[in-house]
Design a protein around this ligand. Structure first.
Ligand code: ADP
Length: 304
């Protein structure tokens, strides 16, 4: 079995994943990163979605015009750490270090790497960016269970996965698949954030159920720690589109408070997983009793 590699100087490498697109995974990644930074941690955020990088827009660092040749060139060769002088500098926004494929291409340009190249691309961004020492590096993954998830799980030591879902069964089925993938790769799953959990009415502030809540039991998913329930608030969309995470623009709103609580739950779940892991790796090996001949063994062997 291939050994996964730990990234140097990164306290915890976390991934945020979902089975489906549009459930608010990038919104959760951004607000989680900003919330952790506001709790005093040093935080980096890597946009792992090369096909649809939305982190630049959500953080207000957009590149509207295409590159000079109209085509982006992203060499994919480095497997190891680069010397510091050759590393790319991440952008700094709201106290977090960010890197995205969206910084190299105009926001209406597309990159079309083969799925296999997505794994190489993310690995390269992990190694070629000058992240410095961080408490948390968060990777916002594309939806689904193929690349770059497979490369990351195979090659890099991930400290925790946060799953994002919405209450409907169709999203929960796909989230269960993402969960199964992380579990098969032995990535500690910290829990699930249930986003768009009821609508906060902009007029009266009442919580309204707009999506039918799944009544189906999903055994694996139901067993996960619920890290938070984030209501749907139209103000969150406006804020995100303008480049202000809701934690920054409306820190006292119910949605921002739910994100702050979820970030705290992530740190608690990570500490619990680590304690669980170190307890299991320091457990004394159970001594096997020496094989002793039992009366009657000979006859039993002869009969066989
Ligand atoms: P994903 O990364 O899963 O594709 P995004 O984070 O890009 O999803 O979110 C999709 C859209 O939903 C964005 O316009 C975003 O602003 C909006 N959104 C996400 N979470 C919420 C929420 N809790 N309330 C309102 N809008 C939200």
């Amino acid at each position: 079995m291939r050994q996964t590699k730990r990234l140097e100087h990164i306290g915890a490498l976390l991934v945020v994943g979902s089975g489906k697109g549009g459930v608010g995974k990038s919104t959760v990644s951004v607000n989680l990163a900003v919330a952790l930074a506001r709790q005093g941690h040093s935080v980096g955020l890597l946009d792992g979605d090369a096909y649809g990088p939305s982190i630049p827009m959500m953080l207000g660092v957009r590149k509207r015009t295409p590159g000079k040749e109209g085509q982006a060139y992203l060499p994919l060769a480095e497997r190891q750490e680069l010397p510091i002088e050759k590393k790319l500098k991440p952008l700094l926004r709201y106290g977090i270090k960010i890197m995205s494929v969206g910084f190299f291409i105009g926001e209406e340009q597309a990159v079309a790497p083969m799925p296999d190249a997505l794994g190489l691309l993310i690995r390269q961004l992990l190694y070629s960016v000058d992240w410095g020492a961080l408490d948390y590096l968060i990777i916002d993954l594309p939806p689904g269970t193929s690349e770059p998830q497979a490369t990351l799980c195979r090659e890099i030591s991930l400290d925790g996965a946060v799953l994002v879902t919405t209450p409907q069964d169709i999203a929960r089925i796909d989230t269960s698949k993402a969960l199964a993938m992380f579990q098969a790769a032995k990535v500690p799953v910290l829990g699930v954030v249930q986003n768009m959990d009821g609508l906060l009415c902009p007029h009266c502030g009442e919580q309204v159920e707009i999506f039918p809540r799944s009544q189906e039991a999903r055994v694996l998913l139901d067993d996960l720690t619920l890290l938070g329930r984030i209501p749907l608030d139209p103000a969150a969309v406006v804020s995100g589109d303008k480049g202000y995470p809701i934690i920054v623009s409306m820190p006292d709103s119910p949605v921002a408070r739910a994100f702050i609580d979820a970030a705290e739950q992530v740190t608690v779940a990570l500490a619990a997983k680590r304690a669980e892991h170190s307890a299991s790796s320091t457990e004394p090996a159970v001594e096997q009793p020496e094989e002793q001949e039992r009366p009657g063994d000979d006859e039993a062997a002869e009969e066989r």
